[in-house]
Design a protein around this ligand. Sequence first.
Ligand code: HEM
Length: 294
Amino acid sequence: MTTTPQPGILLPVPKQARYLSFSIANAARIADSLRELGKLTDGEQTVVGIGQSLTAALNVDIPGLKPFPPITAPGLTIDNAPDAVWIWLRGDDRGDILHRSRRITRALAPAFALDDCRDAFKHREGRDLSGFEDGTENPVGEEALSAAIVGTDRPGIAGSSFVAIQRWRHNFEHFEALSERAQDHAIGRRQSDNVELEEAPESAHVKRTAQESFDPEAFVLRRSMPWSECNDGGLMFVAFGKSFDAFEAQLKRMTGGEDGVVDALFGFTQPVSGAYFWCPAMKNGKLDLSPLGL
Ligand code: HEM
């Protein structure tokens, strides 16, 4: 039986979600805890990612998996979270998600400590909290597969995916003080009808990240969702790729690493943390942990 991707990666973002990040608490219990996690994972409602600190503890190598790179740009450092396990709980009922979250945390408890727990949601028809539609230029169908999923040319991990996560915190007061034109020019699209603005400056977010403008082209499958906590909020940026190359090329240009022009996004929002994970494939309906030696 061939391996398939965790289906939640390819599906549209759900109405409700929760992100859990775990660090290693007791290395001797890792294998047991991961087997228990495997039993609770369908890949659709529960998507699982494995961090490099975990593969290092197991003494296995997933080629391409690495720690989140330290990124600095003028006035900016992005912290990395050296998490071992990342879980994206997807659904449409917060109560169900809470109970799934409790079961998973309990199953992982012998080996892993819960470090971060963040609820997220779909805003209107899929907008960022700035009001802009998010995900328009995502690849679909075969193109989504080829951007986000490791191909059969890498048989050991075919069907798996690499995911880059960044939690961004918006400065709503700052954003709301900008004129409508300045807001539209920061993104490079018109918020009112999502039309791309040719005349937007080079710092416009979609000019920085235009996927086909890179060499090689830098396509990723974005599945970001807004998060909020009381009056605080922002975007949980989530990008799946067959490697981290496309994400890194985009982030380099966003932070001015290519031509000195910094993405206008940074004017009203800042990344708080970042992390990289590898999302195993599914085999016979189960999470395939064999590349980890389990
Ligand atoms: C708070 C953070 C961010 C916000 C609010 C945001 C918002 C947006 C919006 C509104 C669009 C236009 C619609 C669309 O095609 O989805 C867009 C496009 C895009 N963004 Fe972001 N984004 C954020 C961070 C990032 C980061 C960190 C990356 C990658 C490193 C990224 C990569 C992209 C890409 C690849 C596109 C499509 C560009 C194209 O091919 O036209 N974004 N983003």
